[in-house]
Structure formats: C-alpha cells, structure tokens
Ligand binder design. Sequence first.
Ligand code: SF4
Ligand code: SF4
Length: 288
Amino acid sequence: MSKSWAIVNKILPFSCVDGPGNRLVIFLQGCNFRCLNCHNPYTISLCRDCGSCVQTCPYQALSFSNQKVIWQTSYCQQCDTCINTCIYHSTPMTYKYSVDDILTTIRKYLPFLNGITLSGGEATMQLPFIGKLFNAIKEANDLKHLTCFIDSNGYLHQTGWQKIANVMDGAMIDLKAWDNDVHKQLTGRDNFRVKDTIKYLVKVNKLYEIRFLIIPKQTDLQNNAKNIAKFLIDLDPNIRIRINAFHNHGTHGIARTWQLATKQQVELFAEQLKQSGLKQITLPTVYL
Ligand code: SF4
Ligand code: SF4
C-alpha cells in the first residue's frame, strides 16, 4: 500500500503568490534537483538520522533515541544552528503529517482559503501522498470547492503526472534554462523532462503558470527569448508566465557571489516575450 503520510518541512497558512487566490501552502521535504541558487538547501534531502546536529543545538531541542533524531518544538528557538551543521542539505525540523492531519489543518483556515498548493523541496517526490491528499479533498463535501495545485520543477515523468491529473487542478512549473547543458549546470539535471511536462500539462489543460528566474550571466533565458517564445506560443499563446528576479537571500556557496537581477533585465526579457506574441506576463513587484 502506498504511504498516506508525508514528511513536511513547513506549512504556510496563507499565500497569494502560489497559485490563484489565497492558498494554504505545504512545503514537502526532499528534492531531485541540486540548484546552485537554492534558497532553502536544507529542504533538499530527507534526514538520515546521523545525529551530528544533536550536540550542536544550543537549546537542547534535539536528542537521539533508537537511532532517530528527536526534535522538541517547545524547546526550539529557530536559531538554525542544526541546519547550518548538516552536511546533507537536510534538517531535523520536519513533521510527519497524515492525510487526515493535513485535512484538519486546512479546516482550521477554511473560511479564508481558495485552495491549497503543494510545494517543496520538490513536492512530486512524494507523489502517492499527493494523490491521496487531493483525492480526499475532492471527496470531502466541505473541502471540494478548494483547488489543488502543485508548484514543481517539472522533472516528474509524464506517467507520474497522469496518476494525479484527474485530482490536480493546476501546476506551476519552473523552466530554469533553455539549453540542456546550462540547465544541467544550474540544477544537476537535464531539462528534457521539464519541457515534456510543460507540453503534457498544456495538453490536459493543467498548466496554470510557467515560471522563469532571471539570473544574470548564469541562465540563458534572455539569449533564448525567441526560442522560448516559439515553444510556448506553439503550445498556447495565452500561457500564463511569471518572471522572477534572482536575489541571493538564503543561498549558499557560489550563488552568493552572483549578480542580482535588475528591473531592467527582467523587463527586457518580458518585452522580448511580448514582442513574440505572449500576452500574460507577470513581473516581480519588488526587487532586492
Ligand atoms: S533551530 Fe535547530 S539548533 Fe536551533 S534550537 Fe531549533 S533544533 Fe536547536
Ligand atoms: S539533520 Fe542532518 S546532521 Fe541532523 S541528523 Fe539529519 S542528516 Fe544528520
């Protein structure tokens, strides 16, 4: 039987940037990309209970029992010493939620919600749970009006998307680079499956938005604006696009030395897409 619980990093009760309307966002732990510019690298791996972080906690919020790290939330001061100690891009501060636990959390905020979004890490790493959760929402009389979205890097194979397509209302997909080598350099993975995901989701009318992140001198998006526009227009000229500007808050390693994206750079890319015929383009409201 597939699992009906998930390893959750965090739940955000309200967000208006993770799909349409006001949404409860569930950040699942674990990712299959290794993006150089990851803003939350401690969400990449599941904790392997090595125990190294236990002694570093200044507030005795961590202990080790039966080969497992135990996190006591009541002692935790959110100082992040443990995640800075971990060499595996993980954290001991995760929660195990069953489908029923999540439904209870959703009901707490229900009057204010238009839907829920599963994010990460990479949410689709916990696909069986997603299927069960979305299904449970669609079957509950008091919840079935909520839309169920996924925020994803698009690496899931089409057969995976097919498993949840009938219970998922939409997905936001990142296309991090156009050229496969550049994508590999940035993320550690090829982008063929990401492009296939975009094509498939458009075909089944489940692509809510495609997202681009402008990182000066690192992504090749600006140089390939025409190729990108052609790819998207052939699929749907009304495709919804969101362009984000790189900032280095929360990043580690080499990405801390990268240039931040400027308003001019973002607007230039947007203009290139518009001139090619794309219409629905959202720009950042603030630049750091
Ligand atoms: S963030 Fe980590 S190190 Fe800091 S108090 Fe909490 S468990 Fe301890
Ligand atoms: S969070 Fe990292 S350091 Fe701490 S027990 Fe897990 S794998 Fe080890």
